[in-house]
Ligand binder design. Structure first.
Ligand code: CUA
Length: 331
């Protein structure tokens, strides 16, 4: 119904319909009760107006059921709205397990993207239709905000930490990307396009350009170049913790506190290694602050995430679904 309302952006992701249904239901409920209250105010003002100078109001004899009704019914409506809103929120901010990870780095005033296969793009991101895509985002300078109205997706992009959003495009086409946080003189032109392609076209597009090394391969290279591998060895935990299989596991620190190893923790440990010292280790690791670009930090993290423990297969986190056509040269 509202799909054709020109004031509204088109729905181009699997989430868009749900967000709109929620939005329009809330809007409808608000309009209904707004009109009801306003209407009753006018109606009562006329119905119970003072008819003569010396008229005295009579005490009202409202039954208890009336008060119970106007308490319980709105409560039920509001709790339903809350539960529904929470469900859509959780869906919007928890990427599905099969989501493919792309990287986004924002800076004044452009968007830089990297595909898991290695391709880089600026202000344009090509993605396949029907594939859940998770964006891990950070900023090189100030706060930006990643906003694609057609996908109903928006999240702040912050310097010094990672935020994520995900979407699954449900329509082929080009959809505008906005920066939705005032970030300086050229904020208004800091935009781009998300180009949604059929999976076959996307594979052709990928195959048609030099992708360069994948995120994991770049990270592995950096891991050697920056000599991380002299202490972080797969076979010895003497100088530094073994990194294989740590992602998603719990780390225990000197002060007895613990934390699940995620992107933000890895980032902090690379740039400020003494902030959370793993139990049993000395503060030997130098800081890499100022020596790595945000993209390089992301590549290192991508590589560390790909290091599975010996128990599991060492396939890495680049999902297979994104790459099979890379092997076939006929496309
Ligand atoms: Cu970046 Cu506004």
């Amino acid at each position: 119904m509202w799909k054709n309302v020109p004031l509204f952006p088109e729905q181009a992701s699997t989430l868009a319909g749900e967000v709109d249904a929620l939005y329009f239901t809330f809007l409808g409920i608000s309009v209904f009760f707004g009109l009801l209250v306003a209407g009753l105010v006018v109606f009562f003002a006329i119905r119970f107006r003072r008819r003569s100078e010396d008229e005295i109001g009579r005490p009202e004899k409202a039954g208890i059921w009336l008060e119970v009704t106007w308490s319980v019914v709105p409560l039920a409506i509001l709790l339903t709205m809350f539960a529904w809103g929470a469900k859509v929120y959780v869906e919007a901010f928890r990427p599905p397990g099969n989501a493919v990870e792309y990287f986004v780095t924002a800076k004044q005033w452009m968007w830089k993207f990297q595909h898991p296969q290695g391709n880089r793009e600026i202000n344009v991101l090509h993605v396949p239709l029907g594939q859940p895509i998770r964006l891990t985002m950070t900023s090189e300078d100030v706060i930006h905000s990643f906003f694609v109205p057609a996908f109903r997706v928006k999240a702040d992009v912050l310097p010094g930490r990672y935020t994520t959003v995900w979407f699954e495009a449900s329509k082929v086409g080009t959809f505008h990307l906005f920066c939705a946080e005032y970030c300086g003189a050229e904020h208004s032109v800091m935009g781009g396009d998300i180009v949604v392609m059929n999976p076959a076209d996307y594979e052709l597009w990928l195959a048609g350009r030099d992708s360069g090394p994948s995120v994991v391969a770049s990270g592995e290279e950096l891991f050697r170049v920056k000599a991380c591998n002299t202490c972080h060895r797969p076979d010895s935990a003497t100088l530094a913790p073994i990194l294989h299989g740590i992602f998603g596991e719990e780390a225990e620190f000197q002060d007895g506190s613990t934390q699940i190893v995620d992107e933000n923790y890895l980032r902090e440990s690379i740039l400020n290694p003494t902030a959370k010292l793993v139990k049993g280790y000395k503060p030997l690791m130098p800081t890499y602050k100022g020596q790595l670009t945000e993209e390089e930090v992301l590549q290192l993290i991508g590589y560390i995430k790909s290091l599975a423990s010996d128990a599991t297969e060492s396939q890495g986190t680049v999902p297979a679904s994104g790459s099979p056509a890379l092997d076939s040269d006929e496309g």
